[in-house]
Design a protein around this ligand. Structure first.
Ligand code: 4EH
Length: 230
């Protein structure tokens, strides 16, 4: 078993890489891949850079070049649901692309022929997350995460994403990981800690809370690695 641990930004993987043993770095596809072990389990860690295209590339390389057979994403997100506050954790039940629009041809937002609006994450990994949360006494929210190539800092856009996709949080990479892992039949999981509320103050909040929220998510992901059966 080899577990891929992926983030989008350096801040999202630094708290993971710093806890690995026997790290080797491979440069590939204009990116760095950190291979190492965490409490005896083999992991490969990378940050993709921001957005759907880079996330697709990195997820594909983690699976096809490095041979990872599970993928866990860790990072931060903008809250949609009003019961998510800064630092809270949400796991994705499913992920959709809020910026995908071929509605001109009668399709719903987020849908392309032969695809699906919402791709579900692995049920076993979700159960592992709930067991870890219970053991740690942490509240985990579960819901839909909407992905798009936009930093949302606008209440109207946020409300549209909520009403169109029933989404609880939004970010810029998760649905890419979902598309890749779903197509390649790799169990995957997306965890995000809230850094902002995707509203007028989002830019400011994001800068203030990126590091602390990224660490909340990374610490939880490492506990999940410990809890995953060999
Ligand atoms: O990887 C991108 C980062 C913002 S863009 C998506 N991440 C953070 C999640 C996220 C998010 N996405 C969309 C947190 N809040 C979000 C929001 N909308 N409101 C970025 C960040 N820093 C420098 C440059 N670009």
């Amino acid at each position: 078993m080899k577990i891929a641990l992926m983030g989008a930004m350096p801040e999202e993987i630094e708290p993971i890489v710093s806890k690995l043993s026997n790290v080797t770095i491979t440069n590939y596809g204009a990116n760095k891949y950190y291979e190492g072990s965490y409490n005896g389990k083999e992991v490969v860690v990378a940050y993709s850079k921001i957005g759907k295209v880079f996330a697709t590339l990195t997820a594909t390389i983690l699976i096809e070049k490095f041979g990872c057979d599970k993928l866990l994403f860790s990072g931060v997100a903008g809250a949609i649901s009003s019961d998510l506050n800064i630092g809270d954790l949400i796991i994705a039940d499913g992920l959709c692309q809020h910026d995908l629009d071929i509605t001109a041809f009668g399709h719903p937002f987020g849908f392309v022929p032969e695809g699906e609006v919402c791709i579900s994450t692995d049920v076993t990994l979700r159960e592992t997350a709930k067991a870890v949360a219970k053991a740690k006494g942490i509240t985990l929210k579960e819901g839909i995460i909407a992905t798009g190539d936009q930093f949302v800092a606008n209440a109207d856009r946020k409300n549209w994403i909520e009403s169109t996709f029933k989404a609880d949080a939004l970010e810029m990479e998760g649905a890419s990981v979902a598309v890749v892992c779903n197509a390649l039949d790799i169990p995957f999981f997306v965890l995000r800690a809230i850094s902002d509320s995707a509203d007028m103050d989002a830019g400011f909040d994001f800068e203030a809370f990126l590091e602390s929220s990224a660490k909340v998510s990374a610490d939880f992901i490492l506990s999940m690695v410990d809890a995953i059966e060999r």
